[in-house]
Design a protein around this ligand. Structure first.
Ligand code: FES
Length: 572
């Protein structure tokens, strides 16, 4: 690298005169009050996703200042800038629809600006994957910094954490177990601090798997957002970013198929969110690394569940932090991991784990590999005539007696149909029926909303779980016997769209099968009668989205953003 390629001399604005472009740039940079000494340092961009429409990132102004301290200490020039921020519950129809848009924003701005390295600040569900997807394509040295989880609140002595307890309390309210006054009080306690949801939801899962990928400093996933340690971690991340700039170490130099296998192992061991499969597939896809559900399923057989966190267990992220966080999980999984996988620190995962270690037996949040919570991984993939390209089920969050059952389908053709009929007194439904939701996938939703956790019909008082099947996603904070991401989805002609109320469906988790018990001739007849798809939007981002979104098993990424080695011949 020559000095001309570093700092402000990097990626000059095109005027046809490079020296003039640099002169002009330095003049304008000096208007911000920087000295020549400051302007000569490598530039570390701080990608700050602070937004007043993203409660989870409320602490990012202070956290960014900590990062800047670290960058200055290590001899860099920190420059903070915004990109799109995705606050999960503030976006319609769903944040997932904007994940790829955010990744494009990140990629374009990282490529356009004079940056030698970046610190990617994210946290709320879609932000960390979008940041990493963009950084992988930009090819700029990058380190990820998570917001950290919220602390818990309480209601009448009961600990509450977003958002598993949001769903649990709402279900209790729907069953008339608590009244309006009580649920209104809980509303103030469920998300009591800055930070991401305080359970092993999608945000915490993504932080953990990114730590396992080696793209975050050790322990970074679990430190609570409000803890002073979070600021020290931010400062350390800033220092490492300067080192990454000196090493010119881009994400593609760190991430490999071994890193992704490590991340899948961790996902299975922490009982993580099903959404992480889609995000990991999309991140890997940007680098030309193919992840598929069969790999996940193979790893699931030999990966124990070690972490006892909500939504599948008893504890919260702050307990996970106090128990030692992800480094303890990684130590316990060590024989199963690729220890030669690289990390942002410049050391391999094995080198990071090569420290004196004793299992913290005083705590109950993380189990040892010798005495796991479950002998097999939390997630499984299902295939069959109802899901030719696969579907996903979180068995650790399911009711064991429902995992191998046959049931009668009660079909909802869309989200609107679901909300119109689910609580209708005349809905023909029994506790052992399978609730089926169609047209809630990447195209049909659109944006694959987190609607897969269909509510239990109000008339089935006392029923706490039923088999639910859809092409939608489910919040990482939800639980139940829920088959998700059915691919291909109903809206693009997938067999899910051919299911009719009264059909029988066989779910066999033991055999990894999801079978619609209707003969092929009848299915063909139904297919011929299917109404044609509604006209696609003709303008703007919605047009781009509908024209290029891929199915869940491909990471729900845009076809033109995947690495060219993974694109279909003839695709853009
Ligand atoms: Fe942001 Fe849950 S709403 S992490």
């Amino acid at each position: 690298m020559t000095m001309q390629e570093q700092g402000f001399a990097n990626r000059l604005t095109e005027y046809g005169d490079r020296e003039f472009a640099l002169f002009l740039r330095r003049s304008f940079a000096k208007s911000m009050g920087f000295s020549d000494e400051a302007l000569g340092k490598p530039i570390v961009g701080i990608v700050n996703t602070y937004s007043e429409l993203n409660n989870c990132h409320r602490g990012f102004r202070e956290l960014a200042e900590a990062v800047k301290r670290g960058v200055w200490q290590a001899g860099g020039l920190p420059l903070e800038f915004p990109v799109i921020s995705l606050g999960e519950v503030f976006l319609s129809p769903s944040a997932m629809m904007m994940r790829n848009l955010m990744s494009m924003d990140v990629e374009v701005m990282l490529k356009a600006q004079p940056l030698d390295a970046v610190v990617l600040m994210g946290g709320c569900d879609k932000t960390l994957p979008a940041l990493l997807m963009g950084a992988c394509c930009a090819g700029i040295p990058a380190i990820t910094l998570a917001a950290g989880p919220m602390l818990t609140g309480s209601d009448e002595g009961e600990r509450l954490g977003a958002c598993t307890d949001c769903r649990r309390y709402w279900a209790r309210y729907r069953r008339s177990e608590i009244d309006r006054a009580r649920i209104d009080e809980a509303e103030s306690q469920l998300a009591p601090t800055q930070g991401t949801c305080g359970v092993m939801g999608t945000a915490s899962t993504m932080a953990c798997v990114i730590e396992a990928l080696g793209m975050m400093l050790p322990s970074g996933a679990a430190i609570p957002a409000v803890h002073a340690e979070r600021l020290r971690h931010g400062e350390a991340s800033g220092k490492v970013a300067v080192d990454l700039a000196a090493r010119r170490s881009a994400p593609s130099d760190i991430l490999s198929s071994k890193s992704f296998e490590n991340a899948l192992r961790v996902l299975l061991a922490i009982g993580g969110s099903t959404n992480a499969i889609i995000h990991l597939t999309a991140i890997a896809g940007r680098l030309g690394i193919r992840l598929d559900l069969r790999t996940l399923d193979d790893l699931s057989e030999s990966t124990p569940v070690l972490v006892d966190l909500k939504p599948t267990g008893d504890f919260y992220m702050e307990d996970f932090y106090r128990a030692g966080g992800l480094p303890v999980v990684l130590q316990e999984l060590k024989p199963l991991l690729h220890l030669d996988a690289a990390t942002v620190t410049g050391r391999t995962l094995g080198e990071l784990l090569d420290t004196p270690y004793q299992f913290p037996a005083w705590q109950k949040v993380i189990h040892s590999a010798a005495e796991p919570l479950m002998p097999h991984g939390a997630l499984v993939a299902l295939y069959g005539n109802l899901a030719p390209d696969g579907a996903v089920l979180k068995r650790s969050a399911a009711t064991p007696s429902l995992l191998n059952t046959t049931g009668r389908a009660v079909v909802f053709s869309s989200l609107a149909d679901l909300s119109r009929r689910i609580d209708a007194p005349d809905l023909d439904v029994q506790p052992d029926d399978f609730l089926v939701l169609q047209n809630a996938g990447p195209v049909g939703g659109p944006g694959m909303p987190e609607a897969g956790y269909l509510p239990i019909p109000r008339k089935l008082t006392g029923v706490k779980d039923m088999v639910r099947i859809s092409d939608a996603r489910m919040s990482g904070t939800a639980f139940g016997t829920v088959v998700l991401h059915v691919s291909p989805e109903a809206a693009v002609g997938g067999p899910l769209g051919l299911v009719r109320s009264g059909d029988r469906i066989d779910l066999s988790v033991d055999q990894r099968r999801l079978t619609l018990l209707v003969d092929d001739r009848e299915l063909e007849r139904r297919r011929a009668e299917q109404p044609s798809a509604p006209p696609a939007s003709t303008r703007g981002y919605e047009w781009l989205y509908r024209a290029h979104i891929q199915q869940a098993h491909l990471g729900a990424d845009f076809d033109f953003l995947r690495h060219e080695s993974l694109r279909d011949p003839g695709a853009p």
